[in-house]
Design a protein. Structure first.
Length: 170
């Protein structure tokens, strides 16, 4: 019995013939999938509900899911966006104040995004949100102007939020 050794180009051609239908299927399926965050509970809210809600956790039902923040900014108000991990004690101390800020100040709305995926213990540095944030420190703040233009982010936004919290009535 003789064995014929196939030349490398023939083996490559055979492999390509086997993988091509699989790759075509993957391309078709990925084109039909929803974008990340399209199935979050907040996507079912009406525009008026979004605009009227002062404190809104954007991915509370699916933590770790990326969210298109600009879809939840409130026209005519400063919108504070906070990226956090439930394992970060700094945010846990700030959350009650942020809720109060959204209730007391009618010109401010707060949106929160939990970066941790379910089942991950500790700050989820490998979540898609953190990978896109490229090494930002949590909690990470952004402030958008009433015109929906980014006003401040990172440390300057954090300092502004702290000042607003200090100014709240006791």
């Amino acid at each position: 019995m003789k064995f014929r050794i196939k030349p490398p180009c023939e083996r490559l051609h055979q492999t390509a013939r086997l993988l091509l239908p699989l790759l075509a299927t993957l391309v078709i399926v990925s084109g039909c999938s929803t974008l990340a965050g399209d199935d979050l509970a907040v996507t079912k809210m009406s525009e008026s509900q979004i605009q009227e809600t002062g404190f809104l956790p954007l991915n509370a039902d699916k933590p770790g899911t990326p969210v298109e923040v600009k879809d939840y900014l409130v026209a005519g108000k400063y919108t504070v966006v906070v990226y956090f991990s439930p394992y970060d004690g700094a945010y846990g101390n700030l959350e009650p104040g942020l809720m109060q800020l959204a209730q007391v100040r009618q010109d401010i709305a707060v949106r929160t995004i939990n970066v941790n995926r379910p089942g991950v213990q500790g700050i989820d540095m490998q979540s898609p949100i953190m990978i896109n944030a490229q090494g930002q420190v949590l909690p990470y703040f952004q402030i958008y102007e009433p015109s929906r233009r980014l006003r401040a982010q990172a440390r300057p936004a954090y300092e502004q939020v702290l000042q607003w919290l200090r100014d709240l009535p006791r």
